[in-house]
Write a protein that binds this ligand. Sequence first.
Ligand SMILES: NC(=O)c1ccc[n+]([C@@H]2O[C@H](COP(=O)([O-])OP(=O)(O)OC[C@H]3O[C@@H](n4cnc5c(N)ncnc54)[C@H](OP(=O)(O)O)[C@@H]3O)[C@@H](O)[C@H]2O)c1
Length: 354
Amino acid sequence: MTPKVAVVGATGNVGREMLSILAERGFPARDVTAVASERSIGVEVSYGEDDVLRVEDLDRFDFSGIDIALFSPGARVSAVHAPRAVEDGAIVIDNTSHFRMEPDVPLVVPEVNPQAIGQYKKRGIIANPNCSTIQMVVALKPLHDLARVKRVVVATYQSVSGAGRDAMDELFNQTRSIYVNDPIAKEQFTKQIAFNCIPHIDVFMEDGSTKEEWKMAVETRKILDPEIAVQATCVRVPVFIGHAEAVTVEFERPITVANARAALKEAPGISVVDHRVDEGYVTPQEAAGEDAVFVSRIRRDSTVRNGLSLWVVADNLRKGAALNAVQIAEILIRDHLRAGGNGDARVRARGDAH
Ligand SMILES: NC(=O)c1ccc[n+]([C@@H]2O[C@H](COP(=O)([O-])OP(=O)(O)OC[C@H]3O[C@@H](n4cnc5c(N)ncnc54)[C@H](OP(=O)(O)O)[C@@H]3O)[C@@H](O)[C@H]2O)c1
């Protein structure tokens, strides 16, 4: 099957990365259409090295004939237009938070729960998890298989690109303003982000945690194991691309550093870079533009019986968003759509949506 693909949110951080990854991986698309808001009608976006696509307006876009729609236009926009795309016959892979916790929408990280993709038939929608959840569960999966994860305490160091392109501009402009002694403008973040760290991502919840922290807990349970306890502190840092996480894990069963390292080395999507010397670990700046989830600083947590601490880094726009979505699309085609062909898949998605 060679699908027709629409990338919705194509002018944004995630959408642009999706177009670049589709081209890079030689995704077997018959046709790719770039879609964004009315503001971007006619804007040109790159599709690979040589091709340029002209952006179409989502409000007026007809999804009939589109097989797979990769959505990243923000939660409120996906809420309205993803069901419309399904109604028109497309299967939606959505990067926003809107559908993630709905019980009949699979939430998928291909290295962790690829089997869940088959549940797309229920609503015609597959959700892509939050960027900080994705890289953490990729690293936890082989360790969970080895010794069963009981509890995770994580502190994140999240780059500004995770908040969209305007947030990247804000870091750049504030940094510049500081150097030239201009007043600092603050719109995307609640406090100055240049030369600072902000322990606040997304809105506050009633229990004092933020929604980003809540997402890491509930999404990890939905993807990996409903029994895992997660305590997260999510922090925005003045880095353009690449999220880092200090992850401390308590296991049910004994686990050694050597066993953990061996399991992580074998696991798909992970690169272990862990030398206990200067430069023997990966930082966000080095992970930017890469596909792997990097694991460094593997060591014992001697404060509990079975504990390990890790440093986990990934490109939030690639594995944390666009790459994960494209990998889902590849599995969807390979394992679910190929035999039945395009028409069959679309009828199934639409038929089960009601
Ligand atoms: N960045 C990450 O690391 C990351 C990771 C996982 C998930 N996500 C999620 O992905 C979504 C997009 O993130 P982003 O970083 O790409 O944001 P972004 O850089 O701000 O881009 C937003 C995109 O959405 C489009 N859009 C906004 N309002 C629209 C509307 N009414 N109709 C059609 N298109 C509209 C924009 O089009 P215009 O240019 O026309 O305004 C643009 O293409 C968010 O929900 C975010 O939470 C992001």
